[in-house]
Design a protein around this ligand. Sequence first.
Ligand SMILES: [Fe+2]
Length: 227
Amino acid sequence: MKRSFVNAVIRDGMEFFQEHRFLLPPFAYFSPDDWRSRTADASEIFDLKLGWDVTTFGSGDFEHTGLLLFTLRNGLGKTYPKPYAEKIMIVREGQITPRHFHWHKREDIINRGGGNLVIELFRADPVHNCLDNGEFIISVNGMRKVMKSADKLILHPGNSVCLEPIHAHCFYGEPGAGTVLVGEVSMVNDDSADNCFVDGVPRFDPIEEDEPIAFLLASDYKNMRLV
Ligand SMILES: [Fe+2]
């Protein structure tokens, strides 16, 4: 993924958040120079990898397989003992986040506005790192619902679902209904070690530096600290 593309996707994302009155923290808008002058005070942001995350899950085709995320809060061990995390995401029509489950994290996925979010659900076997067939129970808007693998759930604005480790999921914006503002409230998040993509896709893309960084991705912080 080219840096010029990452910069453009983040700029588009900022506009979308603004349109939906979802206000981001100040560091969302920091330039690399802003970060350089604040590194001494930004350890929590660096350590917890808060901030921007743009991925095509290795596809190179963001429109069809990709996601823009911003991690707002997180925890890590004794230094940052928050047991919870929060993200905000932008999901375009037909833009797939490939199916995966989390061994540890329990997450509520919330449609916070815009279009409709389609979630395809599969029963997972987190002990054996595979999918399982059969029915399962899931909580949708606080209501118990019985589903079976490959069933679709459509979350309209205001709707949410609680995904547990046994709930493998892929999601995308419903075609024709518009881009979706998606929230996630969860247990602590570790994207480097708590995603099992059952079809084997990678979580992060390598970045090709074809223009200067406008806004750092969370995955860029490791380089900032060496500056
Ligand atoms: Fe997930």
